[in-house]
Write a protein that binds this ligand. Structure first.
Ligand code: HAM
Length: 418
């Protein structure tokens, strides 16, 4: 688990704002669920045999003896809330998003943390393929708006439970003949969750899978038509993708469409977003039979892909000389801030030189310099920190705020354009 320092927090905030904006444009509304849920919810929702449930959850007993778990993902909690608050009663579609930390006890490495953040979006209420395509479009728009273009979008269909069961049996037969080539984990997976063997990175397992059956050869006509329609719509929207029948995903609730976004730049943990359809999950958790589809973006990984950020707004900096100017400066600073100006100062700093150094460090666009002499004349010196030009202006918050706002805005616009 890591601390997020101010520089990174600012970039995260920007990415979260982009995600909110794109999702809200698509009709999503925010839902916030607790970080803790009953352990049983994840066991039933995600699946007992998944890596997440069997070995990655932070689970503990509460004082009253209930077993609670720090959420390893958001979907199960969103489904619980959807059922508990009868959100289906309104009829039609519910588009819900949530942003927050998730917890998985995994081996930490680049792009993999024990506390990580997700932007999670779910559409409940229908299984038409237009929604699959629309959700993937929204995801692609978020990533595009963050300035990331060099990634792969891979799609697959896991079929309905019948298709999947048929495939599972064939795959299991295939794996049982090759148990000696599999790693110890996959030998067990071959029995409990054979599809997950596709996700194993061990070279022996990958080699053993060379001629393995693929799910797309086992899906029924309805599932095939659904999958083709999703691809058709994505094509119409101009979204580039490829079909990879080995995208199986690590959670048991998926049906039909599944997808993953990945980038080679991320190394071993290359997937930075993923999701799929989970018709049947709401019912399985005790709700009505409402189909759904969703995705989660791994914010920590998306951050590693962002182009260098130069959008940080630049402040004004106030330098004062002497006790009286510091007193007047205090009042000036607050009245400028109240008028919307981003302004920094350091009332503990002594010399003008030290204050100018700090102004540079803060990447100030303009410095206001106020000494006893200026104060006596009701003036203040404005110094352009880029060109070093100086001029005097009236010491009047209203007028100063206007001039500063124009200058600071100018830099922000330039940052946005570059
Ligand atoms: P997931 O594939 O398990 O799906 O996680 C989604 C994304 O979260 C991953 O692609 C990855 O970027 C990020 N992630 C997962 N584990 C870690 C980690 N330990 N450290 C950093 N990032 C990580 C889900 O969670 C599903 N609930 C997505 C979904 C929503 N499906 C339907 N609706």
């Amino acid at each position: 688990m890591k601390d997020i320092l101010p520089e990174e927090a600012r970039i995260r905030d920007r990415v979260e704002r982009i995600a909110r904006e794109v999702l809200e444009r698509h009709g999503f509304r925010e839902l916030r669920t607790p970080i803790l849920e009953r352990t049983e919810l994840f066991a039933r929702g995600i699946g007992e045999a998944t890596d997440i449930v069997s070995k990655e959850m932070y689970t503990f007993a509460s004082r009253s003896g209930d077993s609670l778990t720090l959420r390893p993902e958001a979907t199960a909690g969103v489904m619980r809330a959807y059922i508990e608050h009868n959100l289906h009663a309104a009829g039609g579609l519910q588009r819900l998003y949530t942003i927050g930390p998730m917890f998985r006890y995994e081996r930490p490495q680049k792009g993999r943390y024990r506390q990580f953040w997700q932007v999670n979006a779910e559409v409940l209420g229908s299984d038409v393929p237009e929604l699959d395509a629309e959700l993937i479009c929204a995801l692609a728009q978020i990533i595009g708006a963050c300035g990331v273009a060099d990634y792969r979008l891979e799609l697959n269909s896991l079929g309905c439970p019948e298709c999947r069961e048929r495939f599972r049996a064939h795959l299991q037969g295939y794996l049982r003949e090759r148990l000696d080539q599999l790693c110890p984990d996959c030998r067990q997976r071959a029995e409990t969750n054979p599809l997950r063997v596709f996700d194993c990175k061990a070279s022996g397992c990958q080699a053993a899978l060379k001629d393995a059956p693929v799910i797309l050869d086992y899906i029924c006509d309805d599932c095939r038509r659904h999958f083709e329609a999703v691809q058709d719509y994505l094509g119409l929207a101009g979204v580039r993708f490829s079909v990879n029948p080995r995208i199986v995903r690590g959670l048991d609730y998926y049906r039909r469409t599944t997808f993953e976004l990945s980038s080679e730049r991320l190394g071993a943990q290359s997937a930075f977003a993923g999701g799929g359809r989970y018709d049947g999950l709401v019912k399985q958790l005790g709700g009505p039979d409402v189909p759904g589809i969703g995705f989660a973006i791994g914010l920590d990984r998306l951050l590693l892909l962002l182009p260098e950020d130069n959008h940080e707004p630049r402040p004004a900096y106030l330098a004062t000389l002497g006790d009286e100017a510091r007193r007047a400066g205090f009042v000036l600073a607050e009245s400028l801030r109240a008028r919307g100006i981003r302004l920094e100062w350091d009332p503990a700093a002594k010399s003008l030189k030290a204050q100018m150094r700090q102004a540079d460090k803060a990447r100030a666009r303009v410095a206001l310099i106020l000494g006893a002499d200026e104060l006596a004349r009701g003036r203040v010196v404005l110094r352009d920190m880029d060109t070093k030009e100086q001029h005097e202006a009236a010491l009047e918050a209203e007028v100063l705020a206007g001039e500063l706002a124009a200058r600071l805005q100018e830099t922000e616009d330039k940052g946005k354009k570059s």
